[in-house]
Every structure is written in structure tokens, then in C-alpha cells.
Design a protein around this ligand. Structure first.
Ligand code: PMP
Length: 374
């Protein structure tokens, strides 16, 4: 039985042809030298055009192209954080934030949200967590792993609280902005109350454009902060590869043709996974508005004994059991700050996804049956 992984953070799609073609052309044209640290002017212009189309004015000087969104976050953490600072992160959240914060003098503060409330973050919850030490509030919209997407109204209510803390920067990680189902996405930059000097967007090409291996992301923010990030990037990485930037620019410009075929598959896959989960008893989940994960609560299935005789106490135990007996890989919720849950990507081939859902159903059913037989 071949291994099926639903644990990956990238989709199975090939990168847009426009991207591959532009990269090949750039290489053939000798674009193999250092580029400007901030990114090529034409990519920065194309990024500002993308936001302009959504009614947001961003000048190319407010854009820094980075080798991946992770590097964008690392740049920001490096220039913004010092000893004693706190970074508030609503959870469940992508484990990468905690990993990055290990290399910063600041402390990560989890702000738990819950499945029972649809992972809603209320202004009161936020006000109860922010302090004068909070330097960054890090939102992920749409959420990884929850798939929760904030409405404009919700964002504006949160901004009212944020604006009471003058030392605070709001970073909105919007890397899944073009992977949504039904409801349109609202960037924080289009919200009333988003202060230009304090609001930052991190985004990239890994998810929406299926370009994770190309390593390309960007920061939008106030010019002075962007300049500090450019200085840091100059001292450490220099700019992203120019041929990769040409590829990203071509993909961005071709998005009206390149993205819908992927989005259609993802929308159908989301239904396949939803039906698969509905066929399993004792599971609850949030139906994702965006990104390509379900993050169901499987805690009912803990504390059973597997066919191999192992007692399944924790979510990593459950994931090991499904991997060992069913060749099915899931990402344990523990690393996202939500034990009992698992992250399951539906960005895989539909046939393999159906097979994965069968395996999950069998694996969980057998756990309970086995226990009753004892
Ligand atoms: N932010 C979030 C929320 C992510 O899920 C990821 C990738 N898993 C990243 C940032 C990093 O993206 P990149 O590949 O551009 O470094």
C-alpha cells in the first residue's frame, strides 16, 4: 500500500506555465546575476498593481521581495523585536511562527481560539491579551491550519483594539489570500482603521500559485520599516534570484487564467474531504473558508488500543498508528497548538484523497471495534 500524505503544506499542482516559461527565458537571457536587494522594480510594481486592483494603494517602495514568506517574517522579527517584547499569535497557528521565534529575543504568547466558536477571535479576547509589551500581533488570514477567514467587519473591530496600543505592529500573513471558497478575501490593508505606519502584510507565491519550491515571498509595509528590512536582507541574503522574480511576475500577471483550474480542483476536493469526514462518527470540524486544510477534532479516538497493541494516548500516537497501519500521513495538531486535532490537506489528487478518506474511516473504526472486542 503506497503512502498517502495529507500532511504537506504545499499543493500537488505544477507551477503555472507562465512562471516556468518566464524563468527559462530569463535564464537564457543571462539573468543570473545579483539583482536589487529590494526585488526587481517590475515585480514590485506588479505586486502594487495587484493590490491596486483590490482598491489598496501600495507604492513599489513599500514592497520588499524576499526569498519566501518565512524569510519575510524572519526579516520583520529581526528588525522589530528586542528582549522583553511579546508576539501575540492566535492559535491554532502554523508551527513555523514558533520555530522562527526561537531565534528572536521576544516571547510568543498564544491566544487560543476554539472550534466550538468557529475559531472566532473577538475584540474582547484581543484586549485581554495585548499589553504594553506586545510588539507584534500576528494574524493569519485565511488561517493555517483552521481555514478560518476573517470578514471585513471582524477585522475592523479588531483594528479598533489594536489602535489603542501605539507600540504595536499588526502583521497579517495573507499567504493563502487567493485560495478561498465562496466568500471573497479582504486584505487588512483595505480595512478602515489599518494605520499605514503600523500595518504590515506578508504574502508569497508558495500557496496560491503552487510555487513553494521557488522560494518567493514579499512584505508590504511602511517605507521606513521596509528600508530597515532591506538593510537586513542586504547584510544577510541579498535579493531573491532575478529569474525567480521574473517567473513570479509572469504568474501574477497570468493569475486570471492560471489560478481558476487549481481553485476548481480544490473546491471539489474540499467537498470530497467534507463528505469523508461526515462519514466518520464522533468527529467535528470547521468547514474551511480558505487555504486547503481541514483541522478536525479527533480526540474521541484517543485512549483506545490499536491492533498492534499500542495504547493511543496522544495525537502524535494516533498519527503514528495511521501511518504505521494504513500508510496515511496526517499532521498532528500538537504542533499547531491544538492537541486532539489533526491537519489534513486536500491539495492532493482527487483519487488519492478519496482513498485517504477510506483509510482514515477504516483506521478509526477499527480502533473502536478492537477495544470493544477486548
Ligand atoms: N505563512 C504561513 C501561514 C504558511 O503556511 C507558510 C508555509 N507553510 C508560510 C508562511 C511560509 O511560506 P513560504 O513558502 O513562502 O516561506
Amino acid at each position: 500500500m503506497e503512502v498517502i500524505s495529507l500532511a504537506a503544506g504545499s499543493s500537488y499542482f505544477r507551477s503555472p506555465e507562465a512562471a516556468t516559461g518566464a524563468a527559462i527565458a530569463a535564464l537564457q537571457n543571462g539573468k543570473t546575476f545579483y539583482g536589487p536587494t529590494a526585488g526587481t522594480l517590475s515585480l514590485r510594481k506588479a505586486i502594487s498593481q495587484k493590490y491596486k486592483a483590490d482598491g489598496v494603494e501600495v507604492q513599489p517602495e513599500q514592497v520588499l521581495v524576499t526569498p519566501g514568506a518565512k524569510q519575510a517574517l524572519f526579516n520583520l522579527f529581526t528588525v522589530l523585536l528586542k528582549e522583553g517584547d511579546e508576539v501575540v499569535v492566535p492559535t491554532p497557528a502554523w508551527f513555523g511562527f514558533q520555530e522562527l521565534l526561537k531565534y528572536s529575543p521576544a516571547k510568543g504568547i498564544a491566544l487560543p481560539t476554539h472550534l466550538s466558536d468557529g475559531y472566532k477571535l473577538t475584540p474582547d479576547m484581543l484586549r485581554g491579551t495585548l499589553t504594553h509589551r506586545t510588539r507584534i500581533l500576528l494574524l493569519t488570514n485565511p488561517g493555517n491550519p483552521t481555514g478560518r477567514m476573517y470578514t471585513k467587519h471582524e477585522l475592523e473591530a479588531l483594528l479598533e483594539v489594536v489602535n489603542d496600543f501605539p507600540n504595536l505592529y499588526l502583521i497579517s500573513d495573507e499567504i493563502y489570500d487567493l485560495v478561498t471558497y465562496g466568500r471573497p478575501f479582504t486584505t487588512i490593508l483595505s480595512c478602515q482603521g489599518a494605520k499605514a505606519a503600523r500595518t504590515i502584510v506578508v504574502n508569497g507565491f508558495s500557496k496560491s500559485f503552487a510555487m513553494s519550491g521557488w522560494r518567493l515571498g514579499f512584505i508590504l509595509g511602511p517605507e521606513d520599516l521596509i528600508q530597515r528590512c532591506i538593510d537586513f536582507q542586504q547584510a544577510t541574503l541579498s535579493g531573491a534570484s532575478v529569474f525567480v522574480q521574473d517567473a513570479a511576475e509572469a504568474a501574477l500577471k497570468a493569475r486570471a487564467q492560471a489560478l481558476p483550474p487549481m481553485q476548481e480542483v480544490l473546491a471539489r476536493n474540499r467537498e470530497i474531504m467534507q463528505q469523508g469526514l461526515d462519514a466518520i462518527p464522533h468527529i467535528s470540524y470547521y468547514l474551511p473558508d480558505g487555504a486547503y486544510y481541514f483541522f478536525p477534532d479527533l480526540s474521541y479516538y484517543l485512549h483506545y488500543t490499536s491492533i498492534t497493541g499500542d495504547v493511543i494516548k496522544t495525537t502524535p500516537d494516533l498519527c503514528r498508528y495511521l501511518r504505521g497501519c494504513y500508510n496515511l500521513e496526517l499532521a498532528s495538531g500538537d504542533s499547531f497548538g491544538a492537541p486532539g486535532h489533526v491537519r489534513m490537506s486536500f491539495a492532493i489528487e482527487p483519487g488519492r484523497l478519496r482513498e485517504a478518506m477510506q483509510r482514515l474511516r477504516q483506521g478509526l473504526a477499527l480502533l473502536i471495534t478492537d477495544e470493544r472486542d477486548r
